[in-house]
Write a protein of this length. Structure first.
Length: 270
């Protein structure tokens, strides 16, 4: 039997990068996957890749920060698959600036996508996670359901030029620990990963010209090289390695892990 046989997973930001790798990994292990992304083309490509490999997936296109998005994705998930077992809050981007030059909009946008959107999605998922777990217990059943939030070492340690991102990711850690305390009795595991430098478009050389939501993302090449040298393992993490860490927390192997933040950083923070 596959590890996630008969499970249903929502993964935000899964048209590309870590989310895409995770979606394919989960589908290979039996999960039916909901691909969530702002962009139609990469989301549909992810769905088709999963189907071509014998898996099941649907795409829900939209902005996770929109107030009506959480209900829409839950409705479409339940309509397609009838339940929800795993929620992964992975969508995000960066918009860097030093504090004395940062605008209110820059600060708020990072809170919106990295903290408020996960809160709204978790709240909207309550009937399918918390309430379903409570109903199971009343019937003498034990079924574990999982929430995994993607935080960052910036939320643990802070990071120059990222007061907005660091604050949002730190808040996400607080949300993770609180949900774990409130819902653990219903066999809901809520954990987080805190990534260091993972090789995605957000950490590519800024000179490459990657843009998300009209905002230039990436790290200047000189700074990227300095970051890499600061990692004890002397390399950045791969998308696959990042996805595997989330997969572990979404799997039955993590059934007694709750409210934890696992640093995935090559030893940058221990």
């Amino acid at each position: 039997m596959k590890v996630l046989e008969n499970q249903v997973a929502i993964i935000t930001g899964s048209g590309r990068g870590v989310g895409r790798a995770l979606a394919e990994m989960m589908a290979e292990q039996g999960a039916r996957v909901v691909i969530s992304d702002m962009d139609h083309e990469p989301a549909e490509e992810a769905v088709q890749a999963i189907k071509a490999n014998g898996g099941e997936a649907i795409a829900v296109i939209g902005d996770v920060t929109a107030s009506d998005f959480p209900k829409r994705i839950m409705d479409e998930t339940i309509g397609a698959f009838g339940k929800l077992d795993i929620l992964v809050n992975s969508a995000g981007y960066t918009w860097d600036n030093v504090i004395h030059k940062m605008t209110d909009d820059q600060f708020q946008k990072m809170l919106d996508i990295h903290l408020i959107a996960p809160f709204r999605l978790i709240r909207e998922a309550a009937p399918y996670l918390r309430d379903a777990g409570k109903a199971d217990l009343e019937q003498g059943k034990v079924n574990y359901r999982k929430i995994v939030n993607v935080s960052s070492l910036a939320g643990v340690m802070g990071n120059a030029g990222q007061a907005n991102y660091s604050s949002a990711k730190a808040g996400l850690i607080g949300l993770t620990k609180t949900v774990a305390k409130e819902w653990a009795a219903y066999n809901i595991n809520c954990n987080a990963v805190a990534f260091g430098v993972i090789d995605t478009r957000l950490t590519q050389a800024k000179e490459n010209g990657e843009v998300v939501n009209g905002i230039a993302v990436g790290i200047p090449e000189k700074a990227r090289q300095m970051f890499t040298q600061a990692i004890p393992q002397k390399r950045v993490g791969t998308v696959q390695e990042a996805a595997e860490s989330i997969f572990f927390l979404a799997s039955p192997q993590s059934n007694y892990i709750n409210g934890h933040v696992i640093n995935i950083s090559g030893g940058m923070y221990t």
